[in-house]
Design a protein around this ligand. Structure first.
Ligand SMILES: Cc1ncc(COP(=O)(O)O)c(C=O)c1O
Length: 479
């Protein structure tokens, strides 16, 4: 049984019920399961109003990196807000924004030289799409009026971002009359990430996927302004881990067809996949780079370098909203001209370049330099492997897999081996029940995953796995 809430929450929840509209929620659900009041955050835990403490097993929508209320982030916020909270960023600049680009630049592929600021992952994507389209026009490539994207991707909720995403039964269908033209490419999941991999025929399947990718570009390449992908793992699409070899091939095909490559690292950036950026794991430098210009050769990036890179979520360590879209010199050059040339990128938001958020982002990046953040992420990988190996042994679990500090599996009805039907609301029930046992998880469809702050002690993951195993033992499809 959940611990009851203190009496003062009765009125507050009535206020919530009367006037608040929560995101991604059929609000009728809250008639029986009201939102859970949270009164604090401490390290990798959230403190609930009923006095319980829960492990933030999903980093509060994948934002929190160093734990909640990290003293260095809090003090950066306080200091900056007292000095300069915010100033419009058109025609003005400030120290925290400059420190942020100086700190981040060396951690990125060298070809990314220009940072455009906005406020969240969706707008970072929106900016990238608009930049790619305008740059194509301004470099004389007419008729590139559509985008390429992976099947099952998610890039945010603004209309542009929805247009290049594709989540089943989600917004893509509903809003289809309003969306950008987008051609979608299917990539296979990478069985090498599975705890119990089935590698039979894998090289042939990978070759076929590479061929399909080439055929896709042969057919659509001349019409695409850009291709957008979440490198290595499609997160909201159900933690679908896909092969780095195809990311390399994507880069090569984009080059061959003059299509800009947008990598959306909104969720994967900042150490989540075991490297600072997921695209670092794209393998060796692509052939097109190796045979390319001197500038490309200088850019001896270990992985796959995009033309546009979207960052948000972990950018401020999970404290404040902020995002960046990084572009190459080549792309930026197409916007250069006199004021009368009409080539400027006319886009911005009221809070673009918010000084307080930039200062917190600097403090978060400083932690990467001063503290063993990446070593902690590596330790989490080991703990994640152990946790999902334990989960994989449960009859209600299939396809347990791990990438860096992200672990995931499919939940099935052990009697049939099939996914629980949506009306059984198995994932939601598991979410609510886990909260009563000290754990915040929030399955996406049939995908149960753990993506905790990088600062989470590995032992807490073992506890989380034990909790989940207990809960799965006691749950059935229908109750
Ligand atoms: C890969 C990716 N891109 C973009 C977004 C959108 O970010 P935001 O929710 O901050 O708008 C998300 C959000 O989950 C995401 O996972």
């Amino acid at each position: 049984m959940p611990t009851p809430l203190p009496p003062d929450w009765t009125d507050r929840l009535a206020l919530d019920r009367a006037h608040v509209w929560h995101p991604f929620t059929q609000m009728q659900v809250h008639e029986t399961d009201p939102p859970v009041p949270v009164i604090g955050g401490e390290g990798c835990d959230l403190l609930l109003a009923n006095g319980e403490r829960v492990l933030d097993g999903i980093s509060s929508w994948w934002t929190c990196l160093h734990g909640h209320g990290h003293p260095r982030l809090v003090s950066a916020l306080e200091r900056q807000a007292a000095k300069l909270d915010h100033v419009m960023f058109a025609g003005f600049t400030h120290e925290p924004a400059l420190e942020l680009v100086a700190r981040l630049k060396p951690k990125l592929p060298a070809r990314l030289t220009r940072a455009f600021f906005s406020d969240n992952g969706s707008t970072a994507v929106e900016v990238a799409l608009k930049m790619a389209f305008q740059a194509q026009l301004q470099r004389g490539e007419q008729g590139r009026d559509r985008f390429g994207a992976l099947r099952g991707g998610y890039h945010g909720d603004t209309l542009g971002a929805v247009g290049v995403g594709e989540l089943e039964n989600f917004m893509t269908g509903l809003f289809s009359p309003l969306l950008l033209a987008c051609e979608r490419l299917e990539v296979p999941e990478d069985p090498r990430r599975d705890i119990h991999p089935d590698l039979a025929g894998w090289p042939a399947r990978l070759d076929a996927a590479r061929e399909a990718l080439r055929a896709f570009f042969h057919m659509h390449g001349g019409r695409l302004a850009a291709f957008i992908a979440e490198p290595l793992i499609q997160c909201a699409g159900g933690m679908r881990m896909w092969p780095p070899e195809l990311l390399q091939e994507l880069r090569a095909q984009c080059d061959a067809h003059r299509v800009y490559l947008i990598l959306d690292e909104v969720a994967t950036g900042f150490g989540r996949t075991g490297t600072f950026l997921a695209c670092e794991q794209g393998g060796s430098i692509s052939e097109s780079d190796a045979s390319g210009s001197e500038a490309k050769l200088r850019d001896r990036w270990r992985g796959v370098a995009p033309d546009l890179l979207c960052l948000s979520k972990g950018l401020t360590g999970g404290t404040l909203p902020l995002s960046l879209t990084w572009a190459t010199d080549e792309l930026y050059g197409h916007f250069w001209g006199t004021p009368a040339s009409g080539r400027a990128f006319l886009h911005g938001h009221s809070y673009t370049g918010n000084a307080t958020a930039c200062a917190v982002a600097c403090a978060s990046l400083a932690l990467f330099d001063d503290e063993p953040v990446m070593a902690n992420a590596a330790a989490l990988y080991g703990a994640m492997l152990a946790a999902f190996t334990a989960l994989a042994a449960h009859p209600a679990v299939r396809q347990a897999r791990v990438l860096g500090a992200i672990g995931a599996c499919r939940l099935v009805d052990p009697a049939t081996g099939a996914a629980h039907p949506p009306e059984a609301r198995f994932g939601w029930r598991l979410h609510r029940r886990a909260l009563d046992h000290g754990l915040l998880v929030r399955p996406i469809g049939d995908c149960l995953y753990l993506l905790p702050p990088l600062s989470t002690p590995p032992a807490r993951l073992a506890e989380a796995a034990a909790t989940l195993l207990d809960l799965l033992d006691g749950m059935t499809t229908r109750e």
